[in-house]
Ligand binder design. Structure first.
Ligand code: HEM
Length: 212
């Protein structure tokens, strides 16, 4: 039963991640002058700092997409070369999109408080992802698994952010830019807490301090 629930969770995570990544790819049309359904606040950020904003908005979805399949045990077991190749793509995309995201955070449409939330996220995202990659290179696979969970919890913030927007709008906020001061924190901190609790329960079960 438990494993069926976690498999359903994995499929849901992959489905939402791939959907969000593909939807975000509309930013790749901006250099050709096509602005498909882009919020006015975000448009003004892109117009002010096109290089860092577009580098972030086009590369970050690659991380979201590549990471979505890394948690499937079947891929890791049967296609280890694919897991390593996708892992490299994921790490490079996180570092490039993270640096560009940090630069973009300084100009966030929600102002400096939103910028602080996104900036903190960018620094943690890069540090945790690089740490996870180094752990794999050093063959410390338990640490690699744990850090990659935290890394993807932050990456998945791109999904939870977009799921939260309609809830804030229903609560009376007018647009994305009004809400982003909250989203810069609510999009990723709960994900990190969930992964922390999940990993703690798992460790307790392994040590037989808690029933399976
Ligand atoms: C985890 C670290 C991340 C950081 C620090 C970060 C940072 C930012 C910042 C500062 C903005 C501008 C927001 C504003 O002006 O209000 C932004 C927008 C954007 N980011 Fe990220 N981001 C991250 C992850 C991702 C991921 C994984 C994706 C993948 C889809 C993504 C895709 C986008 C897109 C498409 C936008 C344009 C606005 C929108 O469509 O909502 N970001 N990000």
């Amino acid at each position: 039963m438990g494993s069926r629930i976690s498999r359903f969770g994995l499929y849901m995570m992959a489905f939402l991640s791939v959907g969000t990544a593909l939807y975000s790819m509309r930013f790749a049309a901006i250099p050709a002058g096509v602005w498909l359904g882009i919020d006015d606040g975000i448009r003004s950020v892109v117009e002010r700092i096109p290089l860092s904003a577009l580098s972030h908005m086009i590369v970050a979805p690659i991380a979201l997409f590549a990471g979505a399949f890394q948690f499937f045990g079947s891929i890791r077991a049967h296609r280890p070369a694919l897991h390593r190749a996708m892992g490299r793509v994921y790490v490079v995309a996180c570092v490039v999109a993270g640096i560009a995201g940090l630069a973009t955070a300084l100009h966030a449409s929600g102002g400096p408080i939103a910028g602080l939330g996104f900036g903190t996220l960018a620094v943690l995202w890069i540090a945790v992802t690089v740490g996870a990659w180094r752990a794999a290179v050093m063959r410390k696979f338990d640490l690699h698994r744990l850090l990659m969970r935290f890394s993807y919890a932050m990456t998945f913030g791109a999904v939870t952010l977009r799921l939260q927007i309609p809830l804030f709008i229903m609560a009376g906020y007018a647009s994305y830019s009004d809400v982003s001061v909250w989203l810069a924190y609510t999009a990723w901190i709960p994900n990190v807490i969930v992964v922390g609790l999940w990993s703690m329960v798992e460790a307790l079960r392994k040590s037989a301090l808690m029933p399976a």
